[in-house]
Design a protein around this ligand. Sequence first.
Ligand SMILES: NC(=O)c1ccc[n+]([C@@H]2O[C@H](COP(=O)([O-])OP(=O)(O)OC[C@H]3O[C@@H](n4cnc5c(N)ncnc54)[C@H](OP(=O)(O)O)[C@@H]3O)[C@@H](O)[C@H]2O)c1
Length: 188
Amino acid sequence: MLALARKPGPDLPGVTPVAYDQSDESSIRRAASAIAAPVDYVLHNAAIRGDTGGLATLTADHLAEVMRINVAGPLLLTRALLPALAPDAVLSFISSRAGSFTEGHDPDGDYAYCLSKAALNRAVAKLADDLPQRVLALHPGWIATDMGGPGAPDDPDEAARRIVALLAGPACPPSGSFTDNWGLPIAP
Ligand SMILES: NC(=O)c1ccc[n+]([C@@H]2O[C@H](COP(=O)([O-])OP(=O)(O)OC[C@H]3O[C@@H](n4cnc5c(N)ncnc54)[C@H](OP(=O)(O)O)[C@@H]3O)[C@@H](O)[C@H]2O)c1
């Protein structure tokens, strides 16, 4: 397994770190060129939150920065990995219910994040139209990470295990779907 990240994580058996900055096109290309075929699973996880001050504090530059990391980065990595993908590979994009037009009613004023996850969901639907591989958007739950905060109800390790079981198991959702990490559909 390869773990693409800005800084190498803890030393885990069977996990090889690959330097990767999702905001930087040359880093994305370099990381992809270090990855040999066949790639069976890709899990796009990295993302940032945006400013939470609502419309009052939104700037075009900030919106562009969040879109660059949360949307352009995973798309460009996907393109760079195309030659290495197995024909039946599963490409999953960790999205958020915040990107749903109908279910994403967050009160925190983070326009950039909501917009980026809505765009990511649309990108997943477009990739599902264009690629033979299975392409999915997943809402991981409300997880106690730096982003989710210590008050979040879901444990990160448990959420990760559930996502891996979903993707590798018989209930893996169909291409183009947007689900939670149990595989239950979320309205776009
Ligand atoms: N936590 C939740 O409740 C929740 C809810 C819905 C969706 N999500 C989604 O779940 C995914 C994981 O979120 P999380 O909760 O683990 O967030 P997090 O605690 O903020 O971690 C974000 C991760 O993204 C990486 N990252 C950010 N910018 C990057 C860049 N330019 N290049 C490479 N890596 C970069 C960070 O790396 P560094 O360590 O180098 O900063 C970090 O590992 C995200 O897609 C998020 O939108 C989370």
